[in-house]
Design a protein around this ligand. Structure first.
Ligand SMILES: Cc1ncc(COP(=O)(O)O)c(C=O)c1O
Length: 404
């Protein structure tokens, strides 16, 4: 029997729309790339993006910045996080999240991950006394019970910054991701739902925090020119205290983002159709656990995760290798060494952490895969078939066997 091979590219990104090309050309022809290089009477691309993003998110204020990581650090700094302060965050996330905490000299305190791949709210409740800020990562698009989480944090006086790098457009109980906490932060790095190469966005309804974040982003005191800024009075107290840490977005990136925001809904639907095709193809595979999706969650899944729970490491490795040999690129969060985008809390040795056995069990079996829009639904069905065959083969003992 000939084995099917998938030939698509898992690191594929989508071309930007022609409107983005035209807008980028116009900015380049003007030469006015810098965030404050506006012609008289002009409202620059960054300000327009901030206005449009604030309106999209239903937020009073928005700020466009240089990266998602910069957005996170700026949110924390505006909340007064400084050297030595503890900040609660997910044990399952990507390196820039604890990195943003460490960039302030603050200390990440990791909260466990459940089999649903979300922050363990019971663990969060148990640690609530340890910090006054939670940097909550909706890692890989999985959203925790935000009603319960906000109840815990509100009761404990914990400010929640939502890292929505993977949930731009997603909702919990009808509320957009990024609008539950006091600040929502997004990334527009190429593998996210909006693509400007590098980039980030922040939203908040809090005028004081918005003013602080704008000042921090390097306003050179031109804050009144911002597109979705609070009124002048909001800056009075903070303008002498906030350091200028340049990092607002430039006009070129804002110009390519604006047309993408207009078509975000259609792209989100496209990712979800691909996610559901893979999910349907993997359902019922022996030894493979799919991730339950709660009814209250309105996800946007540009990647796919499943668990090989309680498998021996060598068996998981065999599945990854056998899938790769057939063109299917899987990432494994249980690997002993950090690799590519994939690392876990125990790899971030700049911060001391006690082992977290329940989280380790989940991460040891966690497989992750990108779902580029360039893949067709048929591609996704084929990918699922290949994974299913290779997992089944390993379970049946044709590869290193499952640990029981
Ligand atoms: C979960 C998560 N948060 C934050 C970031 C930071 O975004 P950026 O790469 O734009 O700094 C990333 C980037 O990959 C991420 O995956």
């Amino acid at each position: 029997m000939t084995r099917e091979i998938f030939t698509g590219n898992f690191t594929q990104t989508d071309p930007l729309p022609p409107e983005a090309e035209a807008a980028a050309l116009a900015v380049m022809r003007s030469g006015r790339l810098h965030r404050y290089a506006e012609a008289p009477g002009e409202v620059c691309e960054v300000s327009l993006l901030e206005r449009e993003f604030a309106a999209w998110a239903g937020a009073r204020h928005a700020l466009a910045v240089a990266s998602g990581g910069y957005a996170l650090a700026t949110a924390l700094r505006a909340l007064g996080v400084g050297p030595g302060d503890k900040v609660l965050t997910n044990a399952f996330t990507l390196a820039p999240v604890p990195g943003a905490i460490a960039s302030l000299g603050a200390v990440p305190v990791f909260v466990g991950v459940t089999e649903a791949l979300v922050i363990d709210v019971d663990d969060l409740a148990a640690r609530a006394g340890e910090a006054r800020v939670l940097l909550l990562s909706h890692m890989r698009g999985h959203i925790a019970d935000m009603d319960r989480l906000m109840e815990i944090c509100d009761a404990a006086g914990i400010a929640v910054v939502e890292d929505c790098a993977h949930t731009l457009g997603a909702r919990w109980n009808g509320v957009l991701s990024g609008r539950h906490g006091v600040i929502g932060a997004y990334s527009t790095q190429s593998y996210k739902h909006l693509n400007s190469g590098e980039g980030g966005l922040l939203v908040t309804d809090d005028a004081d925090l918005a003013a602080k974040m704008i000042l921090l982003s390097g306003s050179y005191m031109f804050y009144e020119r911002h597109g979705a800024a609070p009124p002048r009075e909001a800056f009075e107290a903070a303008r002498y205290d906030m350091p200028n840490i340049s990092g607002r977005m430039d006009n070129l990136r804002a110009a390519v983002l604006r047309p993408q925001l207009a078509t975000l809904g259609a792209r989100c639907a496209g990712w979800n159709a691909r996610y559901r095709a893979v999910e349907a193809g993997l359902r019922g595979t022996p030894g493979l656990t799919l991730i339950d999706r709660p009814e209250a969650e309105d996800y946007v899944m540009s990647s796919f995760q499943f668990l090989l729970l309680d498998w021996a490491g060598e068996a998981v490795r065999a599945v990854v290798d056998r899938c790769r040999a057939r063109g299917v690129e899987l990432k494994w969060f249980g690997a002993s060494e950090p690799h590519g985008f994939t690392s876990r809390y125990s790899h971030w040795r700049y911060t001391a952490t006690d082992p977290m056995p329940q989280s380790d069990r989940v991460l040891a079996g966690l497989i992750d895969m990108r779902l580029p829009l360039a893949f067709s639904i048929e591609d996704c069905t084929l990918i699922a078939r290949i994974i299913r065959e290779e997992v089944t083969a390993c379970v049946a003992g044709k590869a290193p066997s499952k640990a029981l």
